[in-house]
Design a protein around this ligand. Sequence first.
Ligand SMILES: Cc1cc2nc3c(=O)[nH]c(=O)nc-3n(C[C@H](O)[C@H](O)[C@H](O)COP(=O)(O)OP(=O)(O)OC[C@H]3O[C@@H](n4cnc5c(N)ncnc54)[C@H](O)[C@@H]3O)c2cc1C
Length: 410
Amino acid sequence: MELKSHPDVLIIGASTAGCATAESLRHEGFTGSITVLGNETSAPYNRPPLSKHVLLGEWESEKADIFTDGAAERASIDLHTDVTAHALNTAERSVSTSRGDISYGALVIATGARARQLPASVDPDHVALTLRTREDSVLLRERLENSRSVVVIGSGVLGSEIAAAARKKGCAVTIVGRSGALTLGSVRDLLTQRLERLHAQNDVELRLAEGVASITHDGTTAHVTLTSGEQLDADTVVAAVGAIPNVEWLESSGLTTSPALNCDSHGQCAENIYAVGDVAAWHDSRTGRWLPDEHQLTALQHSQAVARHIATGEKAEPPVPFFWSELYGVRFQAYGRFPAEAELVTTHGDRESGDFVALSMLDGLPHGVVASNMSRDFRQARPAVDATLSGTPAPATTTTPSTAPLGGQS
Ligand SMILES: Cc1cc2nc3c(=O)[nH]c(=O)nc-3n(C[C@H](O)[C@H](O)[C@H](O)COP(=O)(O)OP(=O)(O)OC[C@H]3O[C@@H](n4cnc5c(N)ncnc54)[C@H](O)[C@@H]3O)c2cc1C
């Protein structure tokens, strides 16, 4: 397909945030030309299923595709894969790409993040796999199917999800993390005891205050040596040690990237330039800080807000962080903020071992709500969090969720 040299809106990055921005522009009634460029070779896809359904073999990876049945063409979105943006010239309003220079009316930066690799000093032969792309998930799935033992390095939510998938495949699994805790997205380490119990119930070994000194492979087995001197042998080693925003191509642009791309509280980083999704850190006027938030729903909310701004000039409120994950069939959802100084207060159920709802309370107000398997109560608590975060706290009675029966779903 021909690449337009001057689209009205140019979107760099063809994944969740970039594609959602294009679609949202059409929903907002935008009739100008939209070009989306992405440097992956495959059709755009969503990543959350990769560590869940695709890894478990429940889905072929194509089921994670974003555009199905010609949806991009129908919406007159010019989508081009296998095109890399190399540099941005804000004065000229142009992006230099692997297929030539493209000028723009408005630019949306949606280049996301990539998996952080272990340092070469620890893993010189790249024994550890990572999980970020469609290809990674297909490769890891194959490896899990042929492995008896797996070491997962990284005690964040992705490490936990990979461990859960590996257990379901029958592998013996050890998670190694150096922070001393298991973390869960925006909730950080507040649910570590619950997660430890969940992994223990599923026979996952934990080494949570251990660094990795070295990883070697003897041709048959990988050997992971921990800083304590303990050696773990495994058929497969996976590193889930975070993500790095893809901002290097913006180095000469003058935009602030530290480490994500700083924007105002509506996603704008310069005149006619916006950033959405994992690459972006939107300004939070409450804390005065730029807050990166590498979660799927945040990427979607960024996209809707920026699309509305471009299409109508209307500035939407910055999104409230919303995160979910699923481990061993337990669905965790978290909405709002969980600052270190807040106290987590259980309002329903049993946080240590069962289904629950808990509020992140600071100065007597709920700043966040987290739940496992109690979607209805979780939803009912959200308006109180919205009220706190928007600076219009609701009366005290509405900050407590309803007393619906435990496990209430809808
Ligand atoms: C395995 C996995 C599971 C996840 N599960 C969950 C979950 O359960 N819940 C949740 O809330 N979040 C989850 N996330 C996070 C969620 O997937 C991300 O927040 C989301 O993908 C962000 O979308 P994005 O479009 O901003 O960035 P990305 O998905 O990183 O996409 C950016 C795209 O831009 C491309 N690109 C980069 N540089 C360039 C360039 N110079 N030129 C052209 N293209 C470029 C990249 O190749 C990529 O295709 C998960 C992430 C992973 C990896």
